[in-house]
Design a protein around this ligand. Structure first.
Ligand code: BTN
Length: 242
């Protein structure tokens, strides 16, 4: 897997997207930067990260040979790969907050931004990963933290990247072997607030409660509502508050 290292770039996702449009890119190519001037997060948010302290990278995966439901399996696989890499560092109380934030207790330590690219009618995907590693100041982000803030240890970024890539290969092999259920089951086993009473906010600002039961293969969240009905929610429809 080629790894392209950059000092500063607007966004590793944007850089890799541009590459994909202009040339043939090998599966699992990684673009990593010390600093992003326009780091992007989910739902049009920004992703700010101090220079040289955190992991910011994007990974390419061609989806043309796969089924339409494959993108969410890739998302689950990368979430699990990161979870395993962080577990190996003994980061406590790790969970995946749907769809793919990685939390330690209730603090976000990693975010993932998945973007599809369509070229010559073929779809491929770009998986952007931001892991808060050695940054200690999160003054304006009360729900965020870093590995260093949690354990007091200063980490080697290259070692964590290598570990995430190795676990990504492990999960890719599982997917290539067609064992999709194994990935989905493990993802659901690690889901934040699964089977616990949770509060959600709709895009219209309404609050409701329910129990998270799991996900569909297309990435919708299954929530058991108070009237005993299980409803499927899209990421654009609801936000899990707590
Ligand atoms: C989120 O939780 O909102 C997703 C954050 C994703 C951030 C990463 S950092 C590397 C890659 N390049 C970007 O511009 N965004 C992703």
């Amino acid at each position: 897997m080629p790894i392209i290292k950059l000092n500063a770039i607007d966004s590793t996702n944007s850089f890799l997207k541009e590459m994909v449009y202009n040339e043939v890119v090998e599966d699992y190519t990684v673009v990593i930067a010390d600093y992003q001037t326009k780091g992007r997060g989910q739902m049009g948010t920004t992703w700010d990260s101090e220079s040289g302290k955190n992991l910011m990278f994007s990974l390419f995966k061609d989806l043309s040979i796969h089924d339409v439901e494959f993108p969410f399996y890739i998302s689950m696989a990368i979430s699990l790969a990161i979870l395993k890499a962080l577990k190996a560092l003994n980061i406590p109380d790790l969970r995946i907050k749907w769809p793919n934030d990685i939390l330690s207790a209730d603090k976000k330590v990693c975010g993932i931004l998945i973007e599809n690219v369509i070229k010559n009618r073929l779809t491929s995907t770009i998986i952007g990963v931001g892991v808060n590693v050695n940054q200690t100041d999160f003054d304006n982000l009360p729900k965020a933290s870093s590995l260093k803030n949690i354990t007091g240890i200063q980490y080697d970024l290259d070692e964590i990247l290598t570990s995430i890539i190795n676990y990504t290969k492990e999960y890719s092999t599982i997917l290539q072997q067609g064992d999709y259920d194994a990935v989905k089951n493990e993802y659901e086993d690690n889901l934040f607030r699964k089977n616990k009473p949770s509060t959600f906010e709709t895009v219209e600002g309404e609050l409701f409660s329910g129990f998270i039961k799991g996900v569909t293969k297309y990435g919708k969240l299954l929530v058991l509502l108070e009237d005993e009905i299980v409803k499927k929610f899209d990421l654009k429809e609801v936000n899990l508050l707590y």
